[in-house]
Design a protein around this ligand. Structure first.
Ligand code: UT7
Length: 319
């Protein structure tokens, strides 16, 4: 059997930090409200000239170094992003050029905060099919550019950053299973509904969210998709060594873990330091737990995400 294995992880957060105290000076909010309602203390903000591909490049270089993989060995690049550098070409093609990778397929995946899970599942399919050997999978976002900084209900939630993994063909698992879902009938509860037409933005280009509806939907589908992954592999919740959830809100993470019966000691939560970085949030949390030694060889790691679309999914990995 052919499997794909994660052989290296990397991440990057921009230098500039925006704290809850900084936000208190910008909108009618408080550190206490943000911390208690979301678990977020600070977020990183990309420099004016720093693009999604630049952050992706930094995270990718770290992941490739950890995997001891050179640019010549990469034969597939998938970038998950909602905030691409430009309308086209894809951020994956721009990243390919910056990395000096020659002649391999490179494309973006747009599944908002579930983007990394979608991208990882896609790369896994290509490797399992025997088509490619070494894939670079990246989540990178500059949400600071699509936030209305006068809207306290959204601007306190998001941040910028990138995370990456190198996936390699292997004869042992690896990625055990992936589970992807979407329901477009919920397209309006989390959206940046603007578009470009005739050289102008039509509609609003900023993130708009029905926070409470999204919250309830997220807890429901994340519980369901984790049960789906466990059932397909005849595993129990207690068999999961590490749950790596999308880092949107600590209350969503706690509620989901509680419903699943997974103790918080087995849950990786990093959002306090970087807020919701959408497609970058899962690989950022994963890289943290790999580098600090929490995730060990042979352990079951379950990543799960949910985001605009609505999209949601999970990837189960034997590390
Ligand atoms: O990444 C994709 C998935 N995204 C998510 O998972 C986000 C899901 N949603 C959430 O995380 C939460 O719904 C929020 C953090 C966005 C909001 O928390 P909530 O407990 O659902 O609060 P709420 O929207 O019900 O608002 C409660 C109150 C409102 O005031 P009133 O109407 O009760 O007087 C808001 O106006 O909090 C007010 N509020 C704020 N107050 C201070 C909203 N934003 C702020 C703020 N600072 N930044």
């Amino acid at each position: 059997m052919i499997y794909s294995r994660v052989i290296g992880t990397g991440s990057y957060l921009p230098e500039k930090i925006l704290t809850n105290q900084d936000l208190e000076q910008m909108v009618d909010t408080s550190d206490e409200w943000i911390r208690s309602r979301t678990g977020i203390a600070q977020r990183h903000i990309a420099a004016d000239n720093e693009m999604a591909s630049d952050m992706a490049l930094n995270a990718s270089r770290e992941a490739m170094k950890a995997a001891s993989v050179s640019a010549e060995e990469i034969d597939l690049i998938i970038v998950a992003t909602t905030t691409p550098d430009v309308i086209f070409p894809s951020t994956a093609c721009i990243l390919q050029d910056k990395l000096g990778v020659k002649d391999c397929p490179a494309f973006d995946v747009q599944a908002v905060c579930s983007g990394f899970v979608y991208a990882l599942a896609t790369a896994d399919m290509f490797i399992r099919a025997g088509k490619y050997r070494t894939a670079l999978v990246v989540g990178t976002e500059v949400y600071s550019r699509i936030l209305d900084w006068s809207d306290r209900s959204t601007c306190v939630l998001f941040g910028d950053g990138a995370g990456a993994v190198v996936l390699s063909r292997s004869d042992r698992p690896g990625i055990i299973s992936s589970h992807l879902h979407a329901d477009g009938s919920y397209k309006n509860i989390l959206t940046a509904p603007g578009n470009v037409c005739g050289g102008k933005v039509q509609g609003t280009p900023f993130v708009m969210m029905e926070g409470n509806t999204v919250f309830k939907f997220a807890v429901k589908v994340l519980e369901e998709v984790v049960h789906e992954a466990l059932a397909e592999n005849n595993l129990k919740a207690s068999d999961i060594d590490w749950l790596i959830p999308h880092q949107a809100n600590i209350r969503i993470i706690i509620s989901t873990a509680k419903k699943l019966g997974i103790p918080m000691e087995k849950v990786v939560a990093t959002l306090e330091k970087h807020g919701n970085t959408s497609a970058a949030s899962i690989p950022l949390a994963l890289d943290t737990a790999v580098r600090d030694g929490r995730i060990k060889s042979g352990q079951h790691v379950l990543m799960e995400g949910v985001g605009g679309g609505f999209t949601w999914g999970a990837v189960l990995v034997c590390w």
